[in-house]
Write a protein that binds this ligand. Sequence first.
Ligand SMILES: [Zn+2]
Length: 166
Amino acid sequence: MARKIERIIIHCSDSPNGRSLFTGKLGDKNFTTPLQEIDNWHRERGFKRLTQWRERQEPQLTSIGYHFLIYTAGAVAGARHVDEIGAHAQGYNATSIGICLIGKDLFTQAQWDALREQVKTLQARHPGAQVVGHRDLPGVSKTCPNFDVSTWFVNDMQPTPDRIFN
Ligand SMILES: [Zn+2]
């Protein structure tokens, strides 16, 4: 059943700016994608996806809490299914979609472009969904995603120049 989505919540991975999180070389035994890397982080935190959802999307990811990652090169990678409840914003997971930008507080132009397109697509599918930063939720003491989502949003989802990684 489709979930009622009230919020699209933006996060960052809090990892070094402009670093992709790919490990090893494609084809190597130890090669990992950013999806797998963050899945590992979230497994260590005890997050767990339900088997029924793993069977439906990305079965190799056992734990990752987000629905989408936005890689430094601008690729959008799907993690949890949009109808699957995430694990990214305590108290708000049931009715939200979580998007995570790879980086700490600066993001590449390709990431900003991809974020804008992804948010537009999701808003078209979930009319009325509010776009907020993780830190904007009541009771959250984190700084994630380390930029002002409301200002960005009213500015036609364009970043201020000081938030662009070069
Ligand atoms: Zn966050």
